[in-house]
Write a protein that binds this ligand. Structure first.
Ligand SMILES: [Zn+2]
Length: 366
């Protein structure tokens, strides 16, 4: 039997419904920012490049095997072979920016087109001319992660894992006290399970490059920590692609790109399997710089390669309309990523840091 609803209650309901209509409820409670150092937009949107799948231009060890893995006649099929998660799940349910052939560009604005300036721009929301080397200099700027960590809701809710050992400086751990595990440093946050102990050993024992271990142990360590501690914000930066590219190894570079895509899938599927993350997590995929486009130029990036400012960006999450591969959209810059990450979590970073780029409105659904 229905009782009469008091008029006051009715008006409260009406106001609540009107407010809800004006500002759709945000669903994102967690953000994962997964980065691949220097993964080119060319390979992401066009798939493997036949001219680089050679001994001469790409130092490819086993050409038939590489072609079997990643060569397809049609560019659409080729990019799906290289990055199947991006071109199935993200392309259908999220948004991908940066295909110039479709009138979509993403660029770094720092003018340097190498790593530290790029990570500073992404994580702080602006380019800083003082950041002009990859040296281990503590970042004078606060990152969006440091800014978030000072809010009660995000205290001890942020974790950063990175292959590159410069990250404790980029994130200025001495000042920010963020949890950062990077380079060959063992992950020592308790509980150091037998799995973590083994990963700590493998990271060192499989080391090839100074300052940057292989991606796999870094990724596996981050995943284990994430499942154990369930932070609201996970930053994870992988570096193998850039290392192999600098070494001129197009085969290993493609393998690293493919693995990066698999890792994105694994993170996404793991999120959907956990109550704390299912339906309330946004995944952002980004890079710190592009690379040159030519047969030799692909190896490098930086000031001498002006086209290495062109990058790409992908977002997948419950607040991001499924617009897929974007066409005919305004320029997106790397300096917008920090405010976008914060806005997805309901925080107004660009109001607090006026020089930061504005959130990418399209991925916020408004
Ligand atoms: Zn880089």
């Amino acid at each position: 039997m229905l009782k009469r609803v008091p008029a006051l209650l009715l008006s409260v309901i009406w106001v609540a419904v009107a407010a809800w209509g004006a500002e759709p409820a945000r669903k994102t409670h967690n953000v994962i920012l997964l980065m691949s150092d220097g993964l080119r937009w060319q390979d992401v949107f066009q798939g493997a490049d036949a001219q680089l799948m050679t001994e001469e231009n790409g130092h490819v060890a086993n050409i038939p095997r590489l072609r079997e893995q990643f060569w397809r006649e049609k560019p659409q099929a080729r990019r799906e072979a290289l990055m199947p998660f991006l071109w199935s799940v993200v392309a259908r349910q999220g948004q991908i920016f940066g295909n110039p052939a479709l009138g979509s560009r993403v660029q770094v604005t720092n003018g340097k087109n190498f790593s530290y300036p790029g990570y500073n721009e992404i994580l702080c929301g602006f380019a800083d001319p003082r950041i002009d080397s990859n040296d281990k200099v503590p970042n004078p700027n606060s990152t969006v992660l440091e800014w978030l960590s000072q809010k009660t809701a995000f205290q001890l809710q942020i974790a950063a894992f990175a292959a590159w050992d410069v990250f404790p400086y980029i994130l200025n751990t001495a000042r920010s006290h963020l949890f950062v595990n990077a380079g060959y440093d063992p992950m020592l946050a308790p509980p150091v399970t037998p799995e973590i102990e083994l990963l700590n050993r493998i990271r060192v024992e499989t080391g090839i490059w100074e300052g940057e271990p292989l991606d796999a142990p870094v990724f596996r360590t981050a995943l284990a920590y994430w499942k154990q501690h369930k932070p609201k914000v996970l930053f994870l930066s992988l570096g193998e692609g850039d290392e192999w590219a600098h070494a001129g190894r197009y085969d290993m570079y493609l393998e690293a790109a493919h693995r990066f895509d698999q890792y994105a899938r694994e993170v996404w599927e793991t999120a959907q399997s956990m109550e704390e993350y299912r339906g309330k997590t946004t995944l952002i995929l980004a890079v710190d710089h592009g690379r040159g486009a030519g047969l030799q130029e692909w190896i490098g990036h930086g000031r001498k390669h002006p086209d290495s400012k062109d990058v790409w960006l992908a977002v997948l999450g419950p607040d991001t309309p499924a617009l897929g591969e974007r066409k005919g959209v305004p320029l997106v810059t790397e300096s917008q990523v920090a405010a976008t990450l914060a806005a997805l979590l309901g925080e107004d970073y660009d109001a607090a840091v006026p020089q930061a780029g504005k959130p990418v409105a399209d991925v916020m659904g408004r």
